[in-house]
Design a protein around this ligand. Structure first.
Ligand code: GLV
Ligand code: MN
Length: 195
């Protein structure tokens, strides 16, 4: 869903002092083969955390060669019982393929309909742009998913962190009213997410 590029490519100059809608491009004589390759998805991140999952992002910030091309990929590793928690991508539709493991992949539409399916190796899914979704490992081996996006920087709004871990934090009164719970419940959740 990114705008079409105006040239073949434009390797992002992430250090540039100027800011545009996207990133300025590296001067042509400085472009090398290395600019078109990225090894960052070769290894998974650490899944030894409270969610039991890790997302390694291959977006324009980690792989500047993607600048202006309207695509990017992630590597998602999820330990048995772990979850990539509910989140949405404001700027991209996501598709993914399960490389290893057994996962419950689910999403909720803007009309509050929940769609989900258990997927195994080789199976693919799609999450329309902006919809809340998650993947949970329901098998007993570690799971691996490769995801792809139609944006060089899809963004990720992770629901628990957005509402309960923002800086400065969302006032308790907003959250107690929104979720119809007591302040102690809100404070308990906030303490899990640094809010
Ligand atoms: C999975 O949902 C991802 O955003 O990579
Ligand atoms: Mn996602």
């Amino acid at each position: 869903s990114d705008p079409d590029p105006l040239q073949d490519f434009g390797i992002a100059d992430l250090q540039s002092a100027s800011s545009i809608n996207g990133f300025p491009c590296k001067a042509a004589p400085n472009v090398t083969s290395e600019d078109f390759f990225f090894s960052g998805l070769a290894r998974g991140g650490n899944t030894n955390n409270t969610f039991g999952s890790s997302v390694v992002q291959g977006n324009v910030l980690s792989f500047p060669g993607l600048n202006t091309l309207g695509i990017s990929m992630n590597r998602v590793d999820i330990a048995p019982g772990g979850i990539n928690p509910p989140h949405l991508h404001p700027r991209a539709t996501e598709s993914g393929v399960v490389v290893r493991g057994k996962l419950l992949v689910g999403m909720i539409t803007s009309g509050n309909v929940f769609y989900s399916k258990n997927l195994t190796e080789g199976e693919m899914f799609v999450i329309p742009r902006g919809l809340v979704h998650f993947q949970m490992n329901v098998g007993n081996e570690s799971a691996l998913i490769l995801t792809a996006f139609n944006s060089h920087l899809p963004g990720a709004v992770v629901i628990p962190f957005t509402l309960f871990g923002s800086r400065p934090s969302v006032p308790d009164e907003v959250l107690t009213k929104a979720f119809q719970v007591d302040k102690s419940v809100v404070d308990g959740i906030k303490s899990n997410f640094g809010g």
